[in-house]
Ligand binder design. Structure first.
Ligand SMILES: *Cc1c(COP(=O)(O)O)cnc(C)c1O
Length: 306
């Protein structure tokens, strides 16, 4: 899948809260891979789409919420690869009410068939009987789990790190399911510390990392999850807009902003030793800003600058 177009750059961040300390922060612009199959979603889909084609499947089916970067990425990747896509979306109430939802409209425009189910039914998404039922409705699809995390996804995520990245002491990423973190841990050097900033409460993603790698040079914190998945407040919005103004780099509110806020706070609190070199992975997700801004508008809160 357009591998030849991959030219990811590492950019040194010049941001005033970082400059007082003798610490270098570099950001890997994975968000520039593609506007919709961006960052880690490209990495996670690369080998899965290849496998779907090889196994002669006509379609890919996956799961996600109404603002899911994964849903947008699968729809876009399916279209490019000539595979039909089916999205099982959490929330029955959306079925006749998603026409102002940028993510779901984008997915549909890219040929994804959307199927809305209740939150209870959604919990069964890993249940074999439920998958069988879906196969009766949609044929013999290639199944991609929620968030896209499986063995092939982790193989793809391990490719985020290059030879040149071995010089870094810390590698930071936002964490959802933990698949990206698992890939980074797998690809890391022994002297490197991999820090995962959970976008939701808990550090249950540890299990995923342990499943795919025996290395222990990683840690997960949910100290910067701002109360939970997709929850944000005016402090985080201000941080996103200030960071954008000073560095020109856009951050998404659900994942990368929470990571960068966390890095900033850990630098301030003296967590990193002097002369540390930190690599932060920009995992993408910028398509979600439009949806978040719509919600902020309803709540009469400040917008994220775009
Ligand atoms: C999905 C996503 C993540 C989380 O990745 P996991 O592999 O599920 O931990 C992080 N950042 C962005 C921008 C994402 O879209």
């Amino acid at each position: 899948m357009f591998e030849n177009q991959l030219h990811i750059v590492n950019e040194t961040i010049v941001f005033s809260p970082f400059s007082s300390e003798n610490i270098q922060v570099v950001i890997k612009r994975e968000d520039k891979i593609h506007p919709f199959i961006s960052g880690n979603k490209f990495r996670k889909l690369k080998y899965n789409v290849g496998s779907a084609i090889e196994s002669n499947k006509a379609s890919m089916l996956t799961f996600g919420g109404a603002y899911s970067n994964h849903i947008a990425a699968v729809a876009s990747a399916g279209r490019l690869a000539g595979l039909k896509t089916i999205g099982i979306i959490r929330g029955e109430e959306l079925a006749n009410n998603y026409f102002d939802n940028a993510t779901l409209c984008f997915a549909e425009e890219n040929g994804m068939e959307l199927h809305f189910i209740s939150r209870e039914a959604y919990r069964e998404k890993e249940d074999q009987a439920f998958i069988k039922q879906l196969k009766q409705s949609y044929g013999d699809f290639y199944l991609i789990p929620e968030g896209g995390t499986n063995e092939l996804a982790i193989k793809g995520c391990a490719e985020i790190l290059t030879e040149a990245d071995k010089e870094f002491d810390y590698i930071c990423t936002a964490v959802g399911t933990g698949g990206t973190l698992a890939g980074l841990v797998k690809a890391s050097e022994e002297h490197q510390h991999i820090l995962g900033f959970s976008a939701l409460k808990g550090n249950f993603q540890k299990k995923i990392v342990n499943k795919f790698s025996s290395k222990t040079n990683f840690a997960i914190t949910d100290d910067y999850c701002f109360g939970g998945y997709a929850k944000i407040d005016s402090e985080l919005i201000r941080f996103i807009n200030t960071f954008r103004r000073e560095t020109t780099i856009p951050l998404d509110p659900v994942y990368t902003a929470k990571m960068m806020f966390g890095i900033s706070d850990l630098i301030k609190s003296g967590y990193f030793k002097e002369n540390s070199r930190i690599l932060a992975i920009h995992t993408g997700g910028l398509q979600g800003i439009a949806g978040m801004n719509q919600m902020l508008k309803k709540k009469q809160m400040q917008q994220i600058d775009i």
